[in-house]
Design a protein around this ligand. Structure first.
Ligand code: FES
Ligand SMILES: [Fe+2]
Length: 421
């Protein structure tokens, strides 16, 4: 007996008949050839989120982003006129990496008025123009206007900075995001600049990890410790989400629950009661002005969180209690990736606020590690099985099903367009 009503078709999966109900192949997570196709068809075509406007608050602020899957490094900068721009991080003289600190392959950030190459000191303004060439008279017919930094398409939506590595993006950023995502534009993301960043290199395909953050079927078994011993019998009955929604290649799921602060005392851990916080965030909810634009599209009761999966590799998880999480998954090979997780909160006003945020942060890290450890084992299992097995997915795994289909559709569509991948 379902806890929440299902769509008239009988299940969320059948409500979206294009995704089918049959077993799903994970060949797309073990095949080096598919990875090569995905690099071209997905990561060099889709809009990719590389950061937030808070990363470049003032004119002159910049950061670099290593995007191994597209074989490039980017500079993201707010130029001296205030425009956010993106460039390939490559000097036009002889190809030296332009912006780096102590280790060329490590990302860096800072503030400057111009970029100067460490090799022969060519200098670029923050709008990408080449402004200075050492011993310019030694060159032959060099026109500096021909040697600016190579720009990358860059746009900002709701404070999220996106880039697109295609020569000409197939769609604008807004068209790409679609209405389910752009409806969130009024959400007060900018009220939450207090952030905690994590990044980890993980030995599994990026989709294997992303899948674990778009279904909650695994929560009672893998994250048993989320519940106190007294609460576990209730938890072990299983998890059900009240609302799923697909929009183009993007997808979301909402969850519903009574706020943790209202649970019986024996269902709360001592640290939760002490800090008034935990895995689901601080208990004292900030006043965000009441308007939670675009959230809870299913209008479910006791709404707890929305988990928006933005194609291909971005997740925004919005908590009803007034904070949000961002995950990004950057492939580094067919069976490895770099995971980035950031928690965003309103500024802490008191020491108690800070303790509550930090409790949520360490809990997040603990539970993400539970996923990460398990999913390395999943990759090993998938690699060992090879292509010999397809996997049954249930109705709570609709988003997993949709994700792998969306990836396959993008690869097929790109290959069908006549471009060799
Ligand atoms: S490679 Fe940059 S100035 Fe020579
Ligand atoms: Fe998990």
């Amino acid at each position: 007996m379902a806890l929440f009503p299902k769509p008239a078709e009988g299940s969320w999966t059948q409500h979206y008949p294009d995704v089918g109900t049959g077993p799903v192949s994970y060949q797309d997570c073990i095949s080096p050839e598919f990875y090569e196709a995905e690099r071209e068809a997905v990561f060099k075509q889709a809009w990719l989120n590389v950061g937030r406007v808070e990363d470049v608050t003032d004119n002159g602020r910049y950061f670099t982003k290593e995007i191994e899957v597209a074989n490039t490094s980017l500079i993201i900068v707010r130029d001296l006129e205030g425009q956010v721009r993106a460039f390939h991080n490559i000097c036009r003289h002889r190809g030296n990496k332009l912006v780096w600190n102590e280790i060329p392959s490590a990302e860096t950030s800072g503030s400057c008025r111009a970029f100067t190459c460490k090799y022969h000191a060519w200098r670029y303004s923050l709008d990408g123009s080449l402004t200075f060439v050492q011993q310019e008279g030694e060159f032959f017919d060099l026109d500096k206007a021909d040697y600016g930094l190579v720009p990358v398409h860059c746009d900002v939506w709701a404070g999220f900075i996106f880039v697109n590595l295609a020569k000409e993006p197939p769609t604008t950023l807004t068209e790409f995001l679609g209405s389910m995502i752009t409806d969130l534009a009024g959400y007060p993301f900018e009220e939450m600049p207090e952030r905690y960043d994590f990044s980890a290199d993980i030995d599994c395909n990026w989709k294997v990890f992303l899948d674990a953050f778009q279904e909650y079927y695994h929560v009672p078994s893998l994250h048993t410790q989320e519940a106190t011993p007294d609460a576990r019998p209730q938890m072990m009955k299983g998890f059900e989400a009240p609302h799923y929604q697909l929009d183009g290649p993007h997808r979301m799921v909402s969850t519903s629950s009574v706020p943790r602060r209202l649970w019986p005392a024996n269902f709360q851990y001592p640290i939760e009661m002490e800090t008034r916080s935990g895995l689901f965030g601080p208990w004292n909810e900030p006043d965000l002005g009441g308007e939670m634009s675009g959230t809870n599209p299913g209008r479910i009761k006791a709404w707890a969180a929305d988990n928006f999966q933005i194609f291909p590799n971005l997740e925004i998880l919005i908590w009803a209690s007034g904070w949000y999480l961002v995950y990004r998954y950057w492939p580094t090979s067919h069976n490895t990736h770099r995971f980035e997780g950031t928690l965003f909160f309103p500024p802490a006003k008191t020491a108690s606020d800070r303790a509550a945020q930090e409790c949520a942060v360490v809990m997040f890290k603990e539970f993400a590690l539970q996923d990460a450890g398990t999913l390395v084992g999943t990759q090993q299992g998938l690699d060992a099985l090879g292509s010999s097995s397809d996997f049954p997915l249930n109705d709570q795994e609709l988003l997993v099903r949709h994700f792998h289909k969306s990836i396959a559709d993008w690869v097929a569509s790109y290959q069908g367009s006549g471009v060799n991948v």
